[in-house]
Design a protein around this ligand. Structure first.
Ligand SMILES: Cc1cc2nc3c(=O)[nH]c(=O)nc-3n(C[C@H](O)[C@H](O)[C@H](O)COP(=O)(O)OP(=O)(O)OC[C@H]3O[C@@H](n4cnc5c(N)ncnc54)[C@H](O)[C@@H]3O)c2cc1C
Length: 670
């Protein structure tokens, strides 16, 4: 067999190409493929156990001696070629015990056995606990999904599979949400791309950590490949939604592309409006009078030219970490206004592209790609969770939470001081005093290199005022600038703020949440809001690291199971019981009490105006995954379906329009 070569290159044999690819492959992952393909467990012996990697510094050799590397590559080549020639996979479905032993050997760590079932699912060999197929949706049953970002599209795939007539309403003219909006230079993901992608749609990523445009391409491709666009109403905004108890559904008011109002009736309403879409503009006196461009990272104009300009960047969080290294080479001068120092971890070679040879292996050997994802699902997810737990006996709460967290502190401190070896006077300004992970952990996209450039200046004194051509700081400084970049983040604590939701009793979601105190069972279901579900709702952000997609897919799995059960039982209205909701939120708060974001003195965007952590999930991914495997209708108030869900509209949009008499809204909404 031969692999089709890129145009213009001579045809090469499989042996040649795989042999070359294995030189670039991640050997601890290759070893797992070898175990499964050959069934030979001697590859799990101590001789082949990888050295435990620190942080993201992931040595592709796993620290194995050269002769062992050569042995593994040679055996893998034969095993892969045999498999390509038709040999079956010797262990197609490793037991939980074996899977965890394999991952432990591959990471050089002791992965607890309880992770077996979840990682079997990530590996794709099993779908454990998958409920048996129940009834599909009754004919004409309709769901509206608000938003066509990553969450909305994933929900669409699952709900459509249940036979639900779906419509996705999107106020923009394209899919992608976050990755459509955030176009600032350097924008990208802070999670390895092979983890920050759907379980059901793999991709040939060009970078370990993809940049915005590639992620956006991926999302667009998923929309096309899964034929989702025909369900989307673009340039259409949901303005409000009101529960209709008689119809056991939701009346949704839309603003259509021509600005007119339209009311539609759906059985289920799913909010997938995300959390990062209300940019925060800092309240600084005089900001509105600045003479030059003032640009928030989330609203970056495509034609903004900063070449040679004196630019001020306000903020030093996740987006500043990305935009500063990206614009430093072109601007005339850069002044960074820092409010508080941030912990930053090294990215090393993972900042760059994935070598073509490694991509080849990821494309051609699915088992390798899947093990690669499993690896990240451990390294980037729950592995870090213990570092976030308060230890009441720990004698140094002023600097860290526990011995593991203190070890992280030492590791990151060494990195920062090494990076600033030539400018040691900067260390005091950038080294945080609070424990690592107390705020979102950032990645070094070139931040320390940028800080040391001759034309870059770090200002740590707070901004007191903005004048038309200057920024004044508390230390008496006056900084002359041509343009201002607001890297000041988003208002994420006010969940679902883009449209009004009125529940069964007439209370709005905003009122129920007392503005910014969002709570939901599994981040998804709320008492008094029957048949309404929110994805990426309160307390769902994977704060201890990792990919939101994992969490949202878990929510969607649960939602699909819940709806299937309602279809099977002839249920028309399903509303989370108050006691279930309260118990869940009490567990969330109790877990947070033991965790880093409630550590004395910590301020983060994860906490609302009263200090409650409303954004982050306190649980391990494993726990949330378990909680979302099966829905239990006993946790819900249910009503039998009162009407057949058949409103044959034949509408391309898939939504039923309300009749004129029913509609309480006039046209012409602007
Ligand atoms: C710069 C940046 C970097 C990030 N990096 C990471 C990362 O590394 N890892 C990670 O896990 N997460 C990251 N995130 C979080 C990111 O938002 C999520 O991972 C994910 O993209 C959220 O997808 P979503 O579909 O839930 O929401 P969104 O992507 O926000 O999509 C919501 C959609 O809903 C639409 N919408 C909203 N209101 C309405 C309405 N009333 N009517 C109609 N349409 C509406 C919006 O137009 C949008 O298209 C990052 C966020 C930002 C801003």
């Amino acid at each position: 067999m031969t692999v089709t070569p890129p145009p213009g290159q001579p045809e090469r044999s499989d042996r040649e190409r795989f042999s070359e690819a294995l030189e670039y492959a991640h050997l601890p992952t290759v070893l797992m493929v070898l175990v499964q393909l050959t069934g030979d467990r001697h590859w799990l012996e101590a001789r082949y156990r990888a050295r435990r990697a620190k942080g993201l510094a992931d040595d592709i050799t796993g620290g194995l001696p050269p002769e062992v590397q050569a042995e593994v590559r040679a055996a893998a080549l034969e095993a892969i070629l045999a498999w390509r020639a038709g040999a079956p996979v010797a262990i197609p479905d490793p037991s939980d015990e074996l899977l965890v032993a394999m991952l432990s050997s591959s990471t050089g760590e002791r992965v607890p056995e309880e992770y077996g079932p979840m990682f079997a699912e990530v590996l794709g060999t099993r779908t454990p606990d998958e409920p048996p197929a129940r009834s599909a949706a009754p004919p004409g049953f309709r769901a509206m999904i608000v938003g066509s970002g990553l969450s909305g599209l994933a929900a669409a795939v699952r709900l459509r599979d249940l036979g639900i007539d779906i419509v996705i309403v999107e106020r923009r003219d394209e899919v992608g949400g976050t990755w459509q909006d955030n176009r600032y230079p350097g924008a990208g993901v802070d999670v390895p791309s092979h983890l920050y992608s759907y379980s059901f749609a793999s991709y040939d990523w060009s970078h370990y950590f993809a940049r915005r445009s590639e992620i956006h391409d991926y999302i667009r491709r998923v929309a096309d490949d899964f034929d989702l666009r025909r369900h989307i109403r673009f340039s259409t905004e949901v303005l409000s939604a009101r529960h209709d108890a008689d119809r056991q559904g939701w009346r949704v008011l839309l603003r259509t592309p021509d600005g007119t109002a339209e009311e539609v009736m759906v059985d289920v309403l799913v909010s997938a409006v995300g959390a990062f879409n209300t940019p925060v503009t800092p309240n600084i006196p005089g900001l509105a009078d600045f003479a030059g461009p003032v640009v928030h990272t989330a609203g970056w104009p495509d034609d903004l030219d900063l070449a040679g300009k004196r630019v001020g960047v306000i903020g030093n969080g996740a987006s500043a970490m990305q935009v500063v290294p990206a614009i430093t080479p072109t601007v005339g001068a850069l002044t960074i206004f820092q409010r508080s120092p941030q912990w930053v971890q090294p990215l090393g070679e993972m900042k760059g592209p994935i070598p073509e040879q490694a991509r080849f292996l990821l494309r051609e050997v699915e088992l390798y790609a899947r093990w690669y994802r499993v690896r990240w699902a451990w390294v980037f997810h729950d592995k870090l969770h213990p570092s976030f737990q308060k230890d009441p006996d720990w004698p140094h709460p002023e600097r860290s939470l526990n011995p593991i967290n203190d070890g992280h502190r030492a590791y990151f401190t060494d990195y920062i001081t090494e990076q600033l070896a030539d400018r040691p006077e900067l260390v005091d300004d950038v080294l945080p005093t609070y424990p690592p992970f107390g705020k979102r952990m950032l990645l070094d996209w070139g931040w320390y290199e940028a800080l040391q450039a001759d034309h870059v200046r770090l200002v740590t004194s707070g901004i007191s005022e903005v004048e038309p051509h200057h920024v004044r700081t508390g230390d008496g400084g006056r900084h002359e600038l041509d343009a201002l970049v607001l890297a000041t983040g988003f208002d994420v604590v006010r969940f679902i703020s883009s449209f009004e939701v009125v529940g069964r009793s007439g209370v709005t979601l905003r009122e129920a949440w007392d503005d910014d105190d969002g709570r939901a069972y599994l981040g998804l279901a709320i008492p008094d809001f029957p048949n309404f579900f929110c994805l990426y709702g309160p307390n769902t952000q994977p704060g201890h690291g990792g990919s939101l997609i994992h969490t949202v897919e878990a929510q969607i799995h649960y939602l699909g199971d819940l709806l299937e059960r309602t279809f099977a039982d002839g249920v028309g209205s399903v509303e989370c019981r108050r006691e279930v909701f309260d118990a869940y939120n009490a567990a969330v708060d109790a877990a947070h009490e033991q965790m880093i974001w409630t550590h004395p003195g910590m301020t983060t965007y994860y906490r609302n105006s009263r200090g409650r952590v409303v954004v982050n999930m306190p649980f391990r991914n494993l726990e949330f995954w378990r909680m979302t495997r099966r829905a239990d209708l006993d946790g819900y108030l249910t009503e039998p379906r009162r009407r057949p869900a058949t409103h044959d509209s034949g509408h391309a949009s898939g939504v039923e329009e309300s009749s004129d008499e029913e509609s309480s809204h006039a046209a012409g909404v602007h």
